[in-house]
Design a protein around this ligand. Structure first.
Ligand code: ADP
Ligand code: MG
Length: 258
């Protein structure tokens, strides 16, 4: 190694910017060949470091979000799901709704891609620098119950508000007891006009009263959720069964939710 390369390796280590030392030599050759100015060379080196930091920040946020299976919007087949307009999803993918604490609600029968889109949007948010947490509605309630029992519900809601995006998957699969419904209502209220939620549900809003066991609580909650929200209603048959001739009980006429 030349003295300069050794110096650079040392300086990059002190700056905790390892990409600088790994790309400085290669970019210097390109700079000499291409006749770059000193400023252009410096910008190229620094931007390598910034890009790699952003990428590792995003992957840390994606791991911390608890998605289970990571899904991407790029893998979503829009031809198969006409309820999700490509341009609407493309706009949501910019994550600008998070800056206005707007919500996204994905409704539709099982297997229509609600969880896939919710996770895909969560991944975009993580790439845009936002912290995200994903869990099912039942898991959220369990967490809030634990906080409540430990006498730190308010602190937990405050902590969660530091996350610009919470994803609440599968509202409606399991009905809530009254205390669970109240805790869920508190979660929604605490985020109202402060921070975003993406919710998925197999039930239309008209049936949420049954989930929360109380039409007044359900109405007050829906009101807060949809005041500033994009509501997407997905349609069709389950993607999971697309290559079979099976139908789900929920798709049969007598059991249609909407
Ligand atoms: N339009 C689609 N394009 C690609 N994959 C899809 C699409 N819709 C659903 N899937 C896939 O089918 C499975 C079921 O979708 P999921 O999002 O879990 O449905 P839901 O949450 O509505 O029940 C997942 O593996 C998902 O990735
Ligand atoms: Mg789902």
């Amino acid at each position: 190694m030349t003295t300069t390369a050794t110096d650079l390796a040392y300086l990059a280590r002190v700056l905790k910017a390892p990409r600088i030392s790994s790309c400085a030599g290669r970019l210097a050759e390109q700079a000499r060949d291409g006749g770059w100015t000193h400023e252009e060379y410096l910008a190229a080196v620094l931007s390598q470091e910034v890009t790699s930091r952003e990428a590792s920040g995003a992957s840390i946020r994606i791991r911390a979000a608890g998605f289970g299976t990571v899904k991407s919007l790029e893998d979503f087949n829009f031809e198969h799901q006409l309820g999700a307009k490509r341009d609407v999803i493309a706009h949501l993918a910019t994550s600008s709704y998070l800056l206005d604490a707007r919500n996204v609600v994905l409704l539709g029968p099982p297997g229509t891609g609600k969880t896939h889109l919710a996770i895909g949007l969560g991944v975009k948010a993580a790439h845009a620098g936002h912290r995200v947490l994903f869990a099912s509605a039942t898991e959220w309630v369990t967490r809030l119950q634990a906080a409540h029992q430990a006498g730190r519900l308010a602190a937990e809601l405050t902590r969660l508000r530091r996350y610009p995006l919470l994803i609440v998957d599968e509202v409606g699969y399991i009905p809530f007891e009254q205390d669970a419904a109240n805790l869920f209502f508190q979660l929604v209220s605490s985020r109202y006009e402060h921070a975003s939620i993406i919710l998925t549900s197999n039930l239309p809003f008209a049936r949420w009263g049954d989930v929360f066991g109380d039409h007044a609580v359900a109405s007050a909650m829906i009101d807060r959720i949809i005041h500033h929200a994009d509501v997407l209603t997905l349609k069709g048959h389950s993607y999971r069964l697309k290559d079979t001739k099976l139908t789900l009980p929920s798709e049969r006429a007598e059991n249609k939710a909407h």
